[in-house]
Design a protein around this ligand. Sequence first.
Ligand SMILES: Cc1cc2nc3c(=O)[nH]c(=O)nc-3n(C[C@H](O)[C@H](O)[C@H](O)COP(=O)(O)OP(=O)(O)OC[C@H]3O[C@@H](n4cnc5c(N)ncnc54)[C@H](O)[C@@H]3O)c2cc1C
Length: 204
Amino acid sequence: MKTHVRALVVGGGAIGVSIAYHLAKAGWKDVMLVERDELTAGSTWHAAGLLPLFNMSYSVSHIHDYSVKFYKTLKDETDLDPGFFVVGNLRMAQTQERMDEYMLYATTAETVGIPYEWLSPAEIKERWPLVRTEDLVGALFHPTDGYINPADVTQAMAKGARQRGVTIERRWQADGFAWTGSEWKVTLTRMAEKGGNLVPTDEQ
Ligand SMILES: Cc1cc2nc3c(=O)[nH]c(=O)nc-3n(C[C@H](O)[C@H](O)[C@H](O)COP(=O)(O)OP(=O)(O)OC[C@H]3O[C@@H](n4cnc5c(N)ncnc54)[C@H](O)[C@@H]3O)c2cc1C
């Protein structure tokens, strides 16, 4: 296992793997990721995989917009299907106050260039006939939203990262970070499965 790298990413969830992938894509040559268990063993395994483009943050909206476009390219790049379905996202409102909140989302979406539509209760029913619309004021619809399989997209990014030279080491836990004055010294402990549990070994 490598003992010196330019960038060490700790944690093999969607975020860590994406960071490793994008560092390599940006031209970083010496990137290693360590994961104490298996890739996607953390929150990523439990996520529903919704990709909501609506939010009130300009920068986060840009990240979402980029992600939606990026995920569409992953299958061609890695031959792994991240399970991305663009089905649209319908946010319904029962009160005018809720619609006001959606207007805030819409202003952010408009600034970033994310498409959205306003729907009346009748238009909501047209789109989703099973919904009861008597008490609805309207809805905000994002046609380019969708859902993705969180584990599959992480594995696809991991493959893309490996293809770009990233080393991924599983069953290594980062236990400490110390700044030596010129570099970070990171202590890693080898993990092993014992009796169905993941436990640290003496190997460091
Ligand atoms: C029930 C549920 C539903 C969700 N639904 C959605 C959704 O629909 N849409 C959405 O966008 N988000 C959703 N989320 C949030 C989403 O899952 C998280 O934001 C995302 O998975 C975080 O990714 P991560 O890589 O930061 O963390 P994680 O996936 O938790 O990855 C962290 C990794 O680091 C490893 N690790 C921890 N400590 C160490 C160490 N010391 N050394 C080495 N490795 C270590 C862990 O084993 C783990 O694999 C949901 C979350 C939950 C729980």
